[in-house]
Ligand binder design. Structure first.
Ligand code: C2E
Ligand code: SIN
Ligand code: SIN
Ligand code: SIN
Ligand code: FE
Ligand code: FE
Length: 373
């Protein structure tokens, strides 16, 4: 290790400062990747290490999973192999002055990243019920003697006992959201089956909506929320008669009044949940047929009184309805679709969104090809 990078041990005020600084950020973080990054930075700074890696146990594959430092790529190791596997299995902490002297060490990651591991310290990461969540690992002590001390074990254990709680809260949330995602998608498919549309329609609408959300500057998180919530947009169609939904020709005025109910029906099915995905799904179900000019349904909202999620899914839904065959119409070609969206800019649709759509129509057509029925 180059001497230019040598550091000294922390004074206790410096340590406290680090803990307070990270603790305040960790407490409010609800994104797993960012939380892991914060925990890694905190572990690294508290022990004056060069690197810190958090290995999380993946039940499905019986592996330990980590992010490669300074990248988004993931690495997996069997939960029984290497130093990290040893710590996970035995729940003992481990301090090693030179990893290459230890036959349990598996240099695969060093080979892959060109990094040279020397001193290593690892401690098991457990929750309050003593279930093992993974392994907290720091590599290469940056002080002159280059080795981790008993004091470092104490510091990292302190960080671990604190961060494990934040981590578990996020993981629980992710599990619940995964379950919700599955339910939402299944329910969305049911709605579509009733109206002779395949699951491909809900998939495409979800992809178009996320694509448009990203292109109009929403965060990736929000775009993902729209993506997972939008498959439910027509769930209210479950309550509409087959004879109407699958009618080959134009609807009568009465039939169209009945169809329009699907927006409120969907909203009422979803509105009582406190979960973020279902809340977003409720807004989308209710507002995806509102129009920019206020002539839509069910409320006749205009402009940005319609939630941005509703405005986005409206574009995505109509694009897919026009670009594919429906029981009552043949698919339109790209040119005709383009003309329609230009004509309806500022009438049916949010003009800003249409500008974004028009600039990115290739992306829409690509998604359409990718998710053909
Ligand atoms: P959908 O088939 O998913 O269509 C969604 C939206 O795409 C429609 O909402 C409309 O805004 C747009 N769209 C679809 N096809 C066309 C078209 O040929 N021309 C134009 N200008 N826009 C089109 P909308 O109109 O509120 O309809 C809601 C739902 O009602 C439709 O969902 C469909 O299930 C049903 N529906 C609407 N019109 C008819 C019809 O003439 N016959 C039948 N059988 N069903 C219809
Ligand atoms: C090991 O556990 O043996 C390798 C882990 C690492 O290199 O980070
Ligand atoms: C779809 O794949 O769901 C579109 C087919 C249709 O709208 O009839
Ligand atoms: C907004 O209106 O919330 C911004 C996104 C858009 O409409 O283009
Ligand atoms: Fe609809
Ligand atoms: Fe639809």
């Amino acid at each position: 290790m180059s001497h230019g990078r040598l550091k000294r041990e922390l004074h206790s005020e410096e340590l406290l400062e680090i803990i307070f600084d990270y603790a305040s950020r960790i407490t409010i973080e609800n994104n797993l990747d960012r939380l892991l990054m914060l925990m890694e930075d905190m572990g690294r700074d508290m022990t004056v290490a060069d690197r810190c890696t958090l290995w999380l146990y993946d039940e499905k594959t019986d592996e330990l999973l980590a992010r490669i430092p300074h990248g988004m790529e993931k690495i997996r190791v069997p939960a029984t192999s290497g130093l990290v596997g040893y710590v996970y299995q035995t729940a003992n902490s481990l301090v090693i002055d030179d990893a290459y002297e230890d036959k349990r060490f598996c240099a695969e990651l060093d080979v892959k990243t060109g990094y040279r591991t020397k001193s290593v310290m690892m401690i098991p990461l457990t929750n309050k019920q003593n279930q093992r969540l993974g392994v907290y690992q720091v590599i290469n002590k940056l002080t002159a003697d280059e080795v981790f001390t008993a004091q470092d074990v104490k510091y990292l254990s302190l960080a671990a006992s604190y961060t494990a709680q934040a981590l578990e809260a996020v993981l629980t949330n992710i599990e619940m959201e995964e379950a919700q995602r599955e339910i939402i998608f299944k329910m969305g498919e049911i709605g579509e089956v009733r109206s002779k549309e395949t699951g491909a329609h809900v998939k495409r609408v979800a992809e178009y909506a996320k694509f448009l959300a990203m292109k109009c500057g929403l965060s990736e998180e929000e775009a993902d929320l729209i993506k997972v919530a939008s498959p439910m947009h027509d769930i209210g169609k479950v309550a509409i008669a087959d004879a109407i939904l699958n009618k080959p020709g134009k609807l009568s005025e009465e039939e169209f009044i009945a169809v329009r109910e699907h927006a409120n029906i969907g909203y009422n099915l979803l509105k009582n949940s406190n979960r973020s995905i279902l809340k977003a799904a409720a807004v989308i179900a209710k507002e995806h047929h509102e129009r920019w000019d206020g002539k839509g349904y069910p409320e006749g909202l205009s402009g940005d009184d319609t939630h941005i999620y509703g405005r986005i899914v409206s574009v995505a839904d109509v694009f897919d309805a026009l670009a594919t065959d429906r029981p009552y119409k043949k698919a339109w070609n790209a040119e005709k679709i383009l003309a329609h969206f230009k004509k309806e800019r500022g009438c049916q649709f949010d003009p800003n969104l249409i500008d974004v759509f028009l600039a990115n129509m290739d992306g829409f057509l690509q998604i359409k090809e990718q998710y053909e029925d």
